[in-house]
Design a protein around this ligand. Structure first.
Ligand SMILES: Nc1ncnc2c1ncn2[C@@H]1O[C@H](COP(=O)(O)OP(=O)(O)OP(=O)(O)O)[C@@H](O)[C@H]1O
Ligand SMILES: [Mg+2]
Length: 411
């Protein structure tokens, strides 16, 4: 299905995006950590170099001008290698060191004033170099351990990054799946809805077509002759019109879903609705009674939704009662909920049909042949409203005796 493809693509995009964002964040984090430890490590090393430098320059205040005997201070307390050069020639250092004088640098990196770092003979060095007149003082430290540790840190960060990317990939796959589930469901719902709707539209259209075809085939007949067929066409056209307007209502399901709460007087709302419906009812010799047992008539809920819900149920109750029927609207409340009962002594619903009445476009079979208009969407809207208000609705019905709808809405 095309729909599935679009959703799958979206899923993939979301997963990649999530993983990428986390990857970049982790990279920045890793760079920060690395930078922090790099600075920390070399700050200590450089401190050592300066300390050694101070020590030597103090000790050699005089001697510095005159070459010191070798072997004196070549290796400092912290493993520093020291060279003193005069006019570019090594005049001080271990005999050994003098021979292996660390030159030329394989990789030379000027870090900051006077300090360089380089590789030589497979080792890493950091060097402080100062020149005074014809003398040059070089203090060098082997930083293999530090470089090794930093390399290990990079390794650990890389592993961490891989692992976290893996974990993020899996979690984002799971979360994307979860978060797209309702969209998927509503998408499937839409497809079903369009299928249902077109099916519903087809029936009246088919009837209209067949009746009109029949009429066209009998050009000699008068309007009077065709009165029966024309009435049917008219009726089906009317049904079509109602269906279309109901469908339009359904496409505004957004409006059903979004909740807009306020405090309002429930008794007043029912009375307001009943003003219109009592007129309709009395034309058909039906009575609508209203009885409220509310302690607190003001409730905090979505007024428009409650109104819509009441209208759907009251409209049905009046529609599906016989002349001289009786309809009761009863309000009461319990600890946590408002209870609304809408009861009629009308035609009732067959037991095996009760489970279907909340389905879109469902109309009871026993309505066939009866001239009661409807498209079967009222109760499906009522159900959506109630579930959005986190309430619940129950039906009790006996065929030819009557129907009661019990609505509970949390306070
Ligand atoms: N109070 C009732 N008494 C008997 N049957 C009822 C009652 N309320 C609902 N029904 C049955 O449930 C079906 C679905 O009701 P619903 O309100 O969804 O649609 P409808 O009344 O047929 O059309 P509309 O969309 O115009 O309301 C009705 O067709 C009817 O068969
Ligand atoms: Mg209805």
């Amino acid at each position: 299905m095309i729909n599935k493809n679009i959703l799958d693509k979206t899923k993939k995009k979301l997963i990649i995006l999530n993983t990428l964002v986390v990857g970049v964040l982790f990279l920045i984090f890793s760079m920060f950590i690395y930078g922090y430890f790099y600075n920390l490590t070399y700050k200590e090393v450089d401190k050592g170099l300066y300390r050694q430098f101070d020590m030597i320059t103090k000790k050699t205040k005089e001697e510095f001008r005159y070459p010191i005997k070798s072997g004196n201070m070549a290796i400092g307390p912290q493993g520093h290698i020291t060279y003193i050069l005069k006019n570019g020639k090594v005049v001080y250092g271990y005999e050994n060191d003098r021979a292996n004088y660390i030159r030329p640098y394989e990789y030379y990196d000027k870090v900051k004033n006077g300090i360089t770092s380089y590789k030589y003979g497979g080792h890493n060095f950091r060097e402080l170099k100062q020149t005074q007149g014809e003398y040059t003082l070089e203090i060098i430290k082997v930083v293999d351990v530090e470089v090794g540790l930093l390399k290990q840190l990079v390794f650990v960060l890389l592993i961490g990054m891989m692992l976290s990317l893996g974990v993020v990939y899996l979690t984002s796959r799971f979360l994307t799946q979860k978060s797209l589930e309702p969209i998927e469901a509503s998408w499937e719902n839409q497809v079903l809805f369009v299928q249902d709707a077109s099916h519903e539209l087809r029936t009246p259209l088919a009837i209209i077509f067949s009746k009109i075809e029949g009429i066209i085939k009998r050009p000699e007949s008068t309007v009077d002759d065709e009165m029966k067929n024309l009435t049917i066409v008219m009726k089906e056209a009317r049904r079509l019109r109602k269906l279309v307007s109901d469908l339009l209502k359904l496409t505004k399901e957004d409006a059903i879903v979004t909740i807009n709460k306020s405090t309002f007087n429930l008794e007043e709302l029912v009375k307001e609705i009943l003003v219109d419906y009592r007129d309709i009812a009395s034309l058909q010799d039906k009575v609508v009674n209203f009885n409220s047992k509310l302690r607190n008539i003001n409730i905090y809920c979505d007024r428009e939704k409650i109104k819509q819900l009441l209208i759907i149920l009251i409209d049905n109750a009046i529609k599906y009662t016989n002349p001289e029927g009786r309809i009761d609207v009863i309000l009461s409340e319990s600890m946590h909920s408002i209870n609304i009962i809408i009861k009629d002594n009308g035609i009732g619903i067959k037991e095996d049909e009760i489970k279907n009445i909340f389905n879109r476009f469902y109309r009871s079979n026993s309505l066939r042949g009866k001239d009661i208009e409807g498209s079967g969407v009222g109760l499906s809207i009522a159900k959506t409203i109630i579930s959005n208000l986190r309430g619940n609705i129950e039906v009790e019905s006996k065929i030819r005796e009557g129907t009661s709808f019990y609505v509970n809405i949390p306070k």
